[in-house]
Structures are given as structure tokens and as C-alpha cells.
Design a protein around this ligand. Structure first.
Ligand SMILES: Cc1cc2nc3c(=O)[nH]c(=O)nc-3n(C[C@H](O)[C@H](O)[C@H](O)COP(=O)(O)OP(=O)(O)OC[C@H]3O[C@@H](n4cnc5c(N)ncnc54)[C@H](O)[C@@H]3O)c2cc1C
Length: 479
């Protein structure tokens, strides 16, 4: 069931036509932030999200300045039977930060990072982006595990799980979440942690934006300042050998070492040498966070296995690594992606990967295999809502291009690739790497944690007020 179909359920509607304008005016004056409505200057800019394929027209966008504004927006949406979406960084490829006809609760102004260097904890506003968290924590020699593009929002990334360069060493972002302040569907504000609302805290760690608006996250930070990191590239005809070697190597690599595998087209500019420009290649983007004096030794078996065509691995400040690919992936491009969890990478799977990876449709299209072993495996599969604790990789097949005319080509390539590989996968996918693919895909992604998620949803949001997300359907709303 898509977002549009969920919006047509009796639990809520898109009754914008009958909306009492005096109520809108009262709501607007109650806000410390802004209310941008259709027809207002800035409306078109405010409704844009990162994925240029998404073109939704909300009735209004509430740019909330504080928690009181969020409470007012939730109450206004509920009392007027409006569809509501929550926008963090706006990066979700399925466009789940925005909606048609309803109210967008835009958190971008709730934007701060407070570091406690003694406790090694960080409190972050619900609309902050990861680049700002990295900037603030780096000053103290600390880092919070997150993703690989710094413009991504903390909200969506955290609530879906959060994987990146530090996953093998420090776990997922949710494994480092200590507490969250949440505005619930009835307008109450609660703190969720191991002691207070522990069921909600369990569900927030992987269950997405289903349970309320998180206005503040508290994370554990780690003493990470400078990485030994960067991409290593090999020729495409060596891809089967590189993939087989990588598969075996990452299974036993030390936790200090992370490396995601990629097919890519080499960008035509520095730091890439001209003879490689626009060439389809395979590579691993490494990140070593152990003692620097051991870095060269750690990389000896990697460099000794098969000489790469390009080796850009070296010391780099952690925030610089975290934002290394930002320029390549600017907002507004067309994005279509498909994903799966992968337990084993068989020779057959490698053969299929190489076939599709050799046919990347555009310069920014790619396929990534993110390792989720190491520290991610040391958390039980029922300890948080993220269920695939035994999988080795989160795979994502990504079609990207700035030109809207490429949309169908990107989509067809990603779908064909995924259809060929899906039978060899673990079945479900990382929810943050999915489009709006319907209830069965969501269930497959939570597996035996799904029923518990339904019971938490039923307790905290029985009418499915928060349904613009990878939706966990409470029984009453689905009836
Ligand atoms: C270029 C790119 C690179 C990426 N790389 C990674 C990566 O390395 N690792 C990784 O794990 N993921 C990665 N992702 C996926 C990313 O985690 C998801 O797209 C995520 O949904 C983005 O969060 P956001 O807040 O920016 O998105 P939004 O579009 O604002 O929101 C996405 C969803 O989260 C909900 N939400 C957001 N904030 C809140 C909040 N404060 N309270 C309640 N609900 C909220 C929204 O309702 C919506 O359902 C990447 C995405 C892109 C586009």
C-alpha cells in the first residue's frame, strides 16, 4: 500500500478543501517559526526534497522553530484530520519527508549539537544534518556513527538504523542512541530511553518515523579524529576477482577497518587522474580508525592482493571523509534505488553483480555493498527493531542523474539489477534504502520484529496519524 492509498483510509484524510481558514490563521500566529502555504513566496523551494523525482504539493509547510511549534503542528494536523509528514534532512529517496495536500512538519530550524566531552555524549536537534554533528564533535576529537553523505538528516537516518564508515567498529547509529524526545500523535512529549518508555525506545531504533516527531536525539560518541581512509579502484575486468577477495577479507577484517564495495563511473575531475575519467570501475572505499601507527601494516594485505589502478587511501580528518562524496551527489538529482540485505555473496551472485555493474546507466549511478558485520552483529536481533543482525551486507542499487529525461532509464536498470539479485538475498531490505514499496516489503524488512512494532504503534499511534513513512500499520487503521 503506497502513501497515497494509506492517506485514503478512514483514520485520516486530506480534507484540505473544507479546512477552516480562521483555524489556519490561528495556527500560523501560534508558531515561533513560519507557516508556508500554497501560493506563498518560497512555497516551491520549501516543498523540494533531495530526490528530484519527488514532486509533492503539501497544503502547508510548518517550519517549526522549537518543540512548542512541533506540538502545535501535530495538534493542528490531528484536529483538522490532515495528512502529516515529518521532514528531517529531506534526503529520503522515497520522498517520505513530504506529502500531498497535508501538513509538513519541517524540523530544519531545530538544529543544534551539544557535546559533553566528559560523558562522551552528544545531544542533537531533530532537524540537524550529519555534517553539522561531525563539525561540532570533531572539535572534541569525537564522532557519532552515521552515513556517508554529510547533508543527510539525523532524523531519518537514525530512526531507520544508520550505517556508515564506523558500523563495524561502533555499530549502527541506533546502537549509539541513548535517548530521544518525542512528540506523540496526541501532542504529549515523552523521553524514550532504556528506563522511560522502553518499548518506544526499542521501536525508535529501526522503526522509522512511525511513532512520533523526534525533536532531540542523544548519542554516544567515540574518540575518532583522523581516519586512514579513501577509495581504491580496480579495472572492471578484475571485478570478479576483487569481489571474491573482498567477500573473504571483510568477513575476518579487524573491527577498526571498514570498507564498502562499489561499482562506479570515475568522475571527470580531480583527484582522479585523467586516464581514468568516465571509466566504469570497481572499488572499495576504506576507513581505518585504529591506531595510526598500525595503519600501513593493516593495509599491507590489501595492497598486496592485487595492485589497484588508483589508491587514494591515506590520513584524512573524519569530517572530510564524511563529506567526501557530497559534491558528487548534489540535491535535486533524479534518484531511484532498490535494496536488499545479503548474508552471503556467492560466486553466482558475483557473476550477476558484474553483469549489471558493467552497465551503469549514468555517471553517478552505482551499487554499494555496506558491511554490517563486526559490532553490528554483537547486538541481538530482537534488542532493537532492526532485525537483520546476522546479515553481512546492506546492498543498494542506485540510479542517479541530474536529467529528468533519464528517469525511466535509471529506474529500468535498477529494477532489472535488483530482480536478478533479489533471489540470492536475505529477503528484506534496509528501510532507509527503499522506495515506497508497500506493506509486504516493510514486513520483510522487520521479519519477526514486525508484530512487536505493531503493538508499539498501536499503543502510541493507534489511528496511524504518522503514516508517511515505511508504515507499520496498527490493526484499527487497517480495518
Ligand atoms: C545521497 C544519500 C546517501 C545516503 N547514505 C546513507 C548512509 O550512508 N547510511 C545510511 O544509513 N543511510 C543513508 N542514506 C539513506 C538515509 O538514511 C535516508 O534517506 C533517510 O531517510 C534520510 O533522513 P532525512 O532525515 O534526511 O530524510 P527525510 O526525507 O527528512 O525523512 C525520512 C523519513 O524519516 C522520518 N523522519 C525524519 N526526521 C524525523 C524526526 N526527527 N522524527 C521523526 N521522524 C523523522 C520522516 O517522516 C520520513 O519518514 C542516504 C541517502 C541519500 C539520499
Amino acid at each position: 500500500m503506497s502513501v497515497a492509498e494509506r492517506g485514503a483510509q478512514p483514520s485520516g484524510g486530506t480534507a484540505v478543501a473544507g479546512l477552516d481558514q480562521s483555524k489556519v490563521a490561528t495556527f500560523k500566529t501560534s508558531l515561533r517559526g513560519e507557516l508556508i502555504q500554497r501560493g506563498d513566496e518560497g512555497y516551491d523551494a520549501a516543498r523540494k526534497v533531495y530526490n528530484g523525482m519527488i514532486d509533492k504539493h503539501p497544503a502547508m509547510i510548518a517550519r517549526c522553530a522549537d518543540v512548542a511549534d512541533v506540538i502545535a503542528a501535530v495538534n493542528f494536523g490531528r484536529e483538522n484530520n490532515l495528512l502529516v509528514s515529518i521532514r528531517g534532512g529531506g534526503h529520503n529517496a522515497a520522498g517520505l519527508g513530504i506529502c500531498d495536500d497535508g501538513v509538513v512538519i519541517d524540523l530544519a530550524r531545530i538544529h543544534y549539537t551539544r557535546v559533553d566531552p566528559d560523558a562522551k555524549t552528544v545531544e542533537v536537534g531533530g532537524g540537524t544534518t550529519w555534517g553539522d554533528v561531525d563539525h561540532a564533535t570533531h572539535a572534541y576529537g569525537l564522532a557519532v556513527p552515521s552515513g556517508i553523505i554529510s547533508t543527510t538528516g539525523v532524523g531519518g537516518l537514525t530512526l531507520g538504523g544508520g550505517l556508515g564508515y564506523l558500523s563495524r567498529k561502533c555499530g549502527l547509529t541506533i546502537d549509539n542512541l541513548i535517548a530521544a524526545d518525542v512528540v506523540l500523535a496526541d501532542g504529549r512529549v515523552v523521553r524514550a530511553d532504556e528506563r522511560q518508555h522502553p518499548d518506544l525506545f526499542w521501536a525508535l531504533r529501526g522503526g522509522g518515523g512511525n511513532f512520533g516527531v523526534v525533536t532531540s536525539f542523544v548519542y554516544r560518541a567515540h574518540p575518532i579524529h583522523t581516519d586512514y581512509a579513501g577509495p581504491m579502484l580496480w579495472e572492471m575486468d578484475q571485478a570478479p576477482e576483487v569481489m571474491r577477495w573482498y567477500r573473504d577479507f571483510i568477513a575476518q577484517a579487524p573491527d577498526d577497518l571498514n570498507g564498502f564495495f562499489a561499482f562506479l563511473v570515475v568522475p571527470p575531475g580531480p583527484p582522479f587522474p585523467e586516464h581514468l575519467h568516465k571509466k566504469t570501475m570497481c572499488g572499495v572505499v576504506w576507513c581505518y580508525t585504529g591506531p595510526m601507527e598500525r595503519a600501513e601494516d593493516t593495509f599491507k594485505p590489501i595492497r598486496g592482493f592485487l595492485k589497484p589502478a588508483l589508491d587514494l587511501v591515506g590520513p584524512i580528518p573524519h569530517p572530510a571523509l564524511q563529506s567526501m562524496f557530497d559534491a558528487l551527489y548534489a540535491p535535486g538529482d533524479q534518484w531511484y534505488w532498490k535494496a536488499d540485505f545479503v548474508d552471503e555473496l556467492s560466486d553466482e551472485a558475483i557473476q550477476r553483480h558484474v553483469k549489471h555493474g558493467s552497465q551503469l546507466p549514468t555517471m553517478q549511478s552505482t551499487m554499494h555493498l555496506y558491511p554490517i558485520n563486526g559490532a553490528v552483529h554483537r547486538v541481538g536481533k530482537n534488542d532493537t527493531a532492526w532485525s537483520y543482525r546476522e546479515s553481512t551486507w546492506a546492498e543498494v542499487i542506485v540510479g542517479v542523474d541530474p536529467d529528468p529525461a533519464q528517469k525511466d532509464r535509471l529506474t529500468a536498470w535498477a529494477r532489472a539489477y535488483w530482480e536478478d539479485l533479489h533471489p540470492l538475498s536475505a529477503g528484506g531490505a534496509y528501510v532507509n534504502f527503499m522506495m515506497d514499496e508497500g506493506e509486504e516489503r516493510v514486513k520483510a524488512s522487520y521479519r519477526d520484529n514486525y508484530d512487536r512494532l505493531v503493538s508499539v504503534k498501536t499503543r502510541y499511534d493507534p489511528s496511524n496519524f504518522f503514516r508517511v513513512n515505511q508504515n507499520i500499520q496498527p490493526p484499527a487503521a487497517g480495518a
